[in-house]
Design a protein around this ligand. Structure first.
Ligand code: PLP
Length: 442
């Protein structure tokens, strides 16, 4: 098996922080580029194991479901401490399957945030049901429980909180609201694998949890994939049936389901990655804490608001999203793009204002906190392999845009980048790359 070398195709500009030149972060300058993501760094470390796992699946010829899929499901159930983990073809399908298993039917109402990825709502409309959008808490970007409660009607059949950006929604408030109304809770946990709430994993808090293995997620595959979690045996049995066309036994169809199975090749890759997920998550947490320290060193008050951590559980930082004041978000993003710092807007158009949902009759002004967030937020690189020197570049470039003076001296002792070997971290050396952001979708 070949080791990665500098001959391999580069996926980005080199991160040159080997010597303290005038342009180096050590000299107060910036790196030439920082990608929003650098999936190649993860692959560089796991390459041989992944290749061996793929060979093993190809040798067996069991490409759909099969032993790797079953093993992955068992390993996920153990990692999340939930009785049932059921894989499927994507996070979008997980949401659809969850609502099908709950018998959501045409005309039913399902309450969900508008500030989320499209799939949270399209799962509802694909069943002929009606999404009822709730506003968010502007501090956390998570669905506002009080607005959820206000929107419950006699047609409401489910509530779908989204643990957006890796932070668990306020389940202390949401679960009692759902219980009082007798409504099931479907957690959209696509961005929150291993996040917790009072010690319990997201996905195990409501009736069903829906996860995504999309490559940008904290546990990403090499393509599409997803899974569901549930503590309810009845729903687990239904979900297993629905993902295989309602077929049991072979060619006898009990109900009309869909075709949504996880490929064994994906499962084999994900099984290589899963044992690293906890450490990757801790690295994301450390990166978030370091960003907070770095932002605090500049006078950016009133211009940039950084996210906060969650004291009631583990925030897994799938995204680090800042809020930019005074309508400056797009100009800041253009500046960062010009400086080759990767960013993304999650999400520029709230779902209640999407063209395809015009027929639902929502208008601008209906969800003010959601609409403001869509205009002001910007996601910065937060992936586990991100280097402190790269974070300094990101924050420094933002301060540069606002001409914000540095008000505190960086604590070099706490900055691990100064302890790096002179020629930089091993993956940057070997890959000569800082990653790419052009395949980011959701
Ligand atoms: C919040 C949320 N829900 C659902 C999905 C859908 O997952 P997938 O892309 O695997 O279909 C995503 C993104 O992928 C997401 O971010």
């Amino acid at each position: 098996m070949n080791r990665p070398t500098s001959q391999r195709p580069s996926t980005g500009a080199p991160a040159k922080h080997s010597h303290a030149t005038d342009d180096s972060p050590e000299a107060g300058g910036f790196l030439p580029a920082v990608g929003l993501l650098a999936l190649d760094r993860q692959y560089a470390v796991l390459r041989e194991e992944i290749r061996a796992a793929l060979d093993r699946v190809c040798d067996t010829g069991r490409f759909v479901l099969g032993p790797d899929v079953t093993d992955l499901e068992n390993e996920l159930a153990r990692a999340l401490d939930v009785p049932h983990a059921i894989s499927c073809a994507s996070g979008s399908d997980a949401l659809l399957l969850a609502l099908m298993a709950l018998d959501i039917a045409p005309g039913d109402e399902v309450i969900l945030p508008s500030y989320t990825f499209f799939a949270t709502a399209s799962a509802v409309t694909r069943l002929g049901a009606v999404p009822i959008f709730a506003d968010i808490d502007p501090a956390t970007y998570l669905v506002d429980p009080a607005d959820v409660e206000r929107k419950i009607s006699r047609r409401t059949r489910a509530i779908v909180p989204v643990h957006l950006f890796g932070r668990t929604a306020d389940m202390d408030a949401l679960l009692p609201i759902a219980a009082r109304a007798g409504l099931p809770v479907v957690e959209d946990a696509a961005q929150s694998i291993l996040s917790t709430w009072h010690g319990r994993c997201s996905g195990a808090l409501g009736d069903v949890g829906c996860f995504s293995f999309y490559p940008t997620k904290n546990l990403g595959g090499a393509g599409d994939g997803g899974f569901l979690t549930t503590t309810r045996d009845d729903l687990a049995a239904k979900l297993k049936l629905l993902r295989v066309h309602g077929m049991e036994p072979r060619y006898y169809h009990q109900v009309v389901g869909i075709n949504s199975r996880l490929d064994s090749l994906q499962a084999a890759i994900l099984r290589v990655k899963l044992p690293h997920l906890d450490a990757w998550t801790s690295a994301r947490q450390a990166n978030a804490a370091r960003y907070m320290e770095m932002f605090a060193q500049y006078d950016l008050d009133g211009r940039v608001t950084v996210p906060t951590d969650e004291s009631r559980g583990r925030h897994v930082w799938n995204q680090f999203v800042i809020r930019v004041a005074d309508g400056q978000r797009d100009a800041l993003r253009a500046h960062l793009t010009a400086c080759k710092v990767g960013t993304e807007i999650y999400y520029p158009v709230p779902l209640h204002l999407q063209k395809c949902f015009e027929y639902l009759g929502w208008a601008k002004g209906d969800l003010p906190h959601t609409e403001q967030a869509a205009e002001a937020t910007l996601a910065l690189p937060i992936f586990p392999e991100l280097e402190p020197a790269e974070q300094r570049t990101v924050v420094g470039r933002i301060a540069e845009f606002f001409r914000a003076p540095q008000t505190q001296t960086p604590d070099r002792a706490a900055d691990t980048s100064s302890a790096l070997p002179a020629d930089g971290p091993h993956f940057l050396r070997r890959m000569n790359a800082v990653g790419r952001a052009d395949d980011v979708r959701c």
